[in-house]
Design a protein around this ligand. Structure first.
Ligand SMILES: [Zn+2]
Length: 363
């Protein structure tokens, strides 16, 4: 079967659970969402923690923000590990602290969740995600995005066993982070288009159900950007549920396909060219505007939705020079040649890339 052969190469982990005509779906077991639920963290992790030791991976901002609430909620004294960056060095530090521990809890925006997730995966212990902002879909997905790997994109780990999303905490995150989460959500629009294209051209496995689920999350932003952009508690809850749902879509697909296409390749290439500029979801949002145009879908609608939620629609807003946008557009497909996208089909030259970026207002 043609699809089976490609199933192996679209799953980067070369998992024993992916093969001819089959793949494994791994999903979070439980999600606790609502106001003030951080106080229930102890009960939430009890199944895994038991009487054992718990390691909390968190960023420094988080420590000051929710440390007391986390400690009050847990029946045991946790071991705290401060995560300064999402890189392998920090994964090793968390792993060292978590040797013999019952589980790892990642409390934070992105870095601590990614680092904790991979450390738990390597140690074969449960991981709990406690997001304090909603800036990307890593809060629920099976993937970890880290620097210092042999490739500048996410690697397959396992989804969190549980996600505890305290809306009081997340709604108090900077609006920029929440707007970035909206950027990661709209990106599913072009990711799914790329997946459909790859299925048609290469025969790669395509999961219609997980694609629909991911699209539903993108449409949450496209259809209701004005209300969502108020980031009141109802909107934040909807945003978080949509992000959790896209992570679930990836779990059902058994790959990041429904969540990550050409717009993510563009974002990852900008990570290489301008590592300090912009947030993941912000770069994905810019990429989605341009990839939507390449796919012949309504890119103006993507652009206005991003603007309505306060996400950047021009590269200058995140301090990225025009020349870097053009370079990223022309080279993005090279960082992951196995992932067939619109950029594999429409090889952009410097000239056509500049035209695309200018015509969509990104530069
Ligand atoms: Zn993403």
């Amino acid at each position: 079967m043609r699809s089976a052969a490609v199933a192996l190469n679209h799953n980067q982990s070369a998992s024993p659970h992916v093969g001819p005509g089959y793949h494994l779906m791994e999903l979070p077991t439980k999600v606790l969402i609502g106001d003030g639920v951080i106080s229930k963290l102890g009960d939430f992790v009890r199944d895994s923690a038991g009487e054992g030791r718990v390691v909390v991976a968190s960023g420094s901002n988080v420590v000051s923000k929710v440390r007391r609430a986390v400690e009050a909620a847990l029946p045991m004294e946790p071991t705290w590990v401060e995560v300064a960056a999402a890189d392998i060095g920090n994964v090793d530090r968390v792993m060292a602290a978590a040797a013999g521990a019952a589980c790892i809890i990642g409390v934070g925006g992105g870095k601590s969740v990614d680092v904790g997730k991979l450390a738990a995966f390597k140690l074969h212990i449960p991981f709990y995600s406690v997001p304090t902002s909603a800036s990307h879909d890593g809060i629920s997905s099976p993937f970890a995005s880290l620097k210092g790997l042999d490739r500048p994109y996410s690697i397959m780990a396992k989804p969190p066993v549980g996600i505890l999303a305290d809306i009081d905490v997340i709604a108090s995150a900077p609006r920029r982070l929440l707007a970035s989460g909206c950027g990661d959500l709209v990106s599913k629009l072009t990711a799914v288009k790329d997946w459909e294209l790859a299925h048609r051209i290469t025969g790669e496995y395509y999961g219609g159900y997980s694609a629909s689920l991911a699209l539903m999350s993108a449409n949450t932003v496209l259809d209701r950007s004005r209300t969502l952009g108020s980031f009141d508690k109802d909107s934040v809850r909807e945003l978080v549920e949509a992000l959790i749902s896209t992570g679930v879509a990836a779990g059902i697909a058994g790959s990041s396909r429904p969540c990550s296409g050409s717009e993510h390749l563009f974002s990852h290439y900008l990570d290489v060219l301008a590592p300090e500029s912009g947030l993941h979801g912000e770069k994905c949002g810019l990429g989605t505007i341009m990839m939507a145009k390449l796919h012949g879908i309504d890119w103006r609608r993507v652009r206005s939705a991003l603007r309505n939620v306060g996400a950047p629609v021009e590269a200058s807003q995140i301090g990225v020079a025009d020349s870097l946008v053009i370079e990223a557009l022309t080279k993005a497909s090279t960082i992951r040649p196995d992932r067939y996208t619109i950029l594999s089909r429409r090889r952009l030259t410097g000239k056509s890339a500049a035209l695309l970026a200018k015509s969509t207002g990104v530069i």
